[in-house]
Design a protein around this ligand. Structure first.
Ligand code: NAD
Length: 287
């Protein structure tokens, strides 16, 4: 153990994973291929730490110490050799993930993980020389607030790797559940099904997005309705997952045309300010 952690991809999830890893005392390398996004990473993290300080959850000194542990890189080849862990958090595209994972493996991490929401770990492991060290570490959005990490054990994952992943999740302050390697695991398979059906209900004109969400919040005690959650996750992210699950399980996961057309129009949810709702500074308004 050398307390070195790397995350590849600094999108919604990579930023959150870097935040909790720095908070757990790791030296964190964040690898982001997009130049503009890479420039934004320090500010995005600083905003999050400022909020934690304002809420009294961290002291200014702790926030500063966490900040000083994060380095932003542009290429996987810049990660120091033999870190404790590398987590891949690039978009949900199998070929992209396989390429990134093979490159990440060349940095010889003790543990190599994917934050995939739906892709089988066994298929992502295909190009790896040491698939026994590879596992799914499925974090939830927003990572700083969500307690769960779903640990997905691939067909070649060693028992020792699972133990290491469970210990890592606990060190990051998370509750692990260990699941079998099936498309969509335990969470996405159920959660995306609910989201897709809610979108089909909007298509059918059953009710407005706000009322469908309100019905699930007040009637079923969901903390967030399925359409607002789709906005928070990202419509593009959910579409990628739906396509994977459609291929694996058939028509019940067919992406609704409304989801396809909203993604084509760039209505990707909160991260762009517009999805099923409008978003301004993280605050929702209808339409
Ligand atoms: P995102 O699109 O917000 O971020 C992906 C980032 O990866 C982008 O900043 C992109 O520039 C970067 N990237 C792409 N190729 C790269 C490369 N070769 N090297 C370095 N960086 C690269 O995506 P996200 O929402 O953070 O999702 C990432 C993964 O996490 C996906 O597999 C997704 O299914 C999963 N996931 C997402 C959520 C969610 O709520 N958004 C929740 C759990 C899991």
């Amino acid at each position: 153990m050398n307390d070195r952690f790397a995350v590849v991809g600094a999108g919604t999830m990579g930023i959150g994973i870097a935040y909790v890893a720095a908070g757990a005392g790791y030296q964190v390398d964040v690898v982001e291929a997009d130049a503009e996004r890479a420039r934004a990473v320090p500010d995005l993290l600083a905003q999050r730490w400022a909020k934690a300080v304002a809420q009294g959850r961290l002291s200014q000194d702790e926030a500063e110490a966490n900040r000083s542990r994060v380095t932003v890189l542009r290429q996987i080849a810049e990660i120091d050799m033999e870190p404790d862990v590398i987590v891949e958090a690039v978009p949900e595209r199998p070929d992209l993930k396989r390429t990134v994972l093979a490159e990440a493996e060349s940095r010889a991490p003790a543990l190599l993980a994917s934050n995939t929401s739906s892709l089988p770990i066994g298929t992502l492991a295909a190009p790896l020389a040491r698939p026994e060290r590879f596992i799914g570490l499925h974090f939830f959005n927003p990572v700083w607030a969500m307690a769960l990490v779903e640990i997905v054990v691939g067909p070649a994952t060693a028992a020792e790797t699972t133990d290491t992943a469970v210990a890592l999740a606990k060190r990051l302050g998370k509750e692990p559940v260990v699941v079998r390697d099936m498309p969509g695991f335990a969470t996405s398979r159920l959660g995306v099904m609910l989201g897709l059906e809610a979108i089909r209900m909007v298509e059918d004109g059953v009710a407005s997005p706000a009322d469908i969400d309100k019905a699930m919040v007040l009637g079923y005690r969901h903390p967030v309705g399925p359409l607002e959650l789709t906005d928070l996750v990202g419509l593009d992210v959910r579409l990628d997952i739906a396509r994977t699950l459609h291929a694996a399980y058939g028509e019940r996961f067919a992406p609704p045309p409304l989801l396809e057309s909203m993604v084509a129009q760039g209505r990707l949810g909160r991260k762009v300010g517009h999805g099923f709702y409008r978003w301004t500074d993280g605050v929702r308004s209808d339409g």
